[in-house]
Ligand binder design. Structure first.
Ligand code: 13P
Ligand code: SF4
Length: 382
């Protein structure tokens, strides 16, 4: 069955949930008789959905992504992403480019990728890339990790401005201060960090392996866990071990509150709550399962339950629905969108393949040191 090209909504203003559903179903245009709110326009912009409002007979107003609508007199024709997809597939085959995407990428990007995974699996996939050119559809530290792990290969980012505010919140001087005060201490850095931080770290971790890896480190060692304080608290609680933490967190996850979850649980009493450890410990304590994006997807698809409250970015819905189309998924909170992840579009990927831009490089002296921390992670995690 072919996908609908337009979602038609009658009188009520377009709600964020409608846009998220449309994005999930890969419906590129939402048409409504009423006008969208400012919030709806912002979200539609991020989700790459064309919003048309004030639809009356042959007339309507376009609020976002007008490039998808071709005008002929007064009637509109919807142009879908199919041409972009075909061109991307042709170019990536001709130029032998391996596309690696994160689960928070838009559905249409996950669909054209050669590999989709969590941040740990992306790093391993880059290392094992069958081609010499790798395009990373994810935020900057993900492309940088690929460049660190794959010397000699070309790593492309379709949007180098897509970044992780939490990764950028820590400075090398914060790490050096700890090292000076605790020369015997160890620095464990979340993979969500830039190369210069990895270069002064003893080992990297991701949310899928942080507990396992830190459990292998000497019990007596003083550990500075950077930069995500919520992930650090989750690890410390699991291992019953004190960690020195850095005061930073993910803007997309950390704003979910206990009240949001209690409300969702009241609305969906039979649902299980699955959460990413980047959320506040109060929220995490209410979960039936805590794990990385891959862990959440795996749990939801294998569970015999039908309804899940999802405490991570809405992008994971796509994979869960591909694997288990009948599962009902409810976002823990309406605004669970990583705007940096969503700033990557099919158009930018096509441009990147056409121009071979932007190449991500890490100065050799820094790359050598950062590679030690990343390679050690892969070694300890396996
Ligand atoms: P995962 O390692 O679970 O994919 O998480 C990456 C991330 O940035 C979560 O916000
Ligand atoms: Fe960074 Fe949060 Fe976006 Fe993950 S979801 S990339 S931690 S801002």
């Amino acid at each position: 069955m072919s996908k609908p090209a337009v979602y038609w909504q009658r009188e009520i203003p377009i709600a964020s949930e409608v846009l998220i559903k449309a994005a999930r179903a890969q419906i590129p245009l939402v048409l409504s008789r009423s006008a969208p709110t400012g919030l709806t326009i912002d979200l539609a912009e991020e989700l790459n959905i064309t919003v048309a409002g004030f639809a009356r007979g042959q007339r309507f107003s376009i609020y976002t992504h007008p490039e998808r609508v071709l005008f002929s007199g007064e009637s509109g024709t919807v142009r879908d992403d199919q041409q972009l997809v075909e061109e991307i597939r042709r170019l990536k085959e001709n130029k032998k480019v391996y596309i690696i995407a994160h689960y928070y990428q838009r559905s249409e990007i996950q669909d054209i990728a050669d590999f989709v995974g969590d941040s740990y699996a992306m790093a391993v996939a880059a290392k094992n890339s069958p081609y010499n050119i790798i395009l990373v559809a994810g935020v900057d530290f993900m492309a940088e990790s690929a460049a660190i792990l794959c010397p000699g290969k070309t790593v492309l980012s379709p949007e180098p401005k897509a970044t992780c505010p939490m990764a950028n919140s820590i400075d090398v001087s914060d790490v050096l201060k700890f090292k000076k005060e605790h020369p015997e201490g160890m620095v464990v850095s979340y993979v969500n960090t830039p190369a210069d931080i990895k270069a002064v770290s003893d080992i990297c971790v991701t949310s899928s392996n942080a507990v396992k890896i830190i459990n292998k480190l000497p019990r007596e060692a003083r550990i500075f866990f950077i930069p995500d304080t919520n992930l650090g608290k989750f690890v410390a609680g699991n291992l019953d071990r004190k960690l020195d933490l850095f005061p930073s967190s993910c803007p997309a996850h950390a704003h979910i509150t206990k009240a949001d979850i209690l409300q969702r649980k009241a609305e969906y009493p039979d649902a299980e709550f699955l959460v990413h450890p980047e959320c506040d410990p109060e929220v995490v304590s209410l979960a039936d399962f805590v794990g990385s994006t891959a862990g959440i997807i795996d749990y939801a698809t294998k569970s015999n339950k039908n309804t899940f409250i999802i405490g991570t970015e809405c992008g994971v819905f796509h994979k869960i629905h591909q694997l288990s189309p009948d599962k009902k998924l409810v976002l823990a909170q309406e605004d669970l969108v990583c705007h940096n992840m969503k700033s990557i579009t099919l158009k930018k990927i096509l441009h990147s393949l056409e121009t071979m831009e932007t190449k991500i490089t890490v100065p050799e002296a820094l790359r050598d040191k950062a590679a030690l921390a990343l390679e050690k992670m892969i070694d300890y995690a396996s």
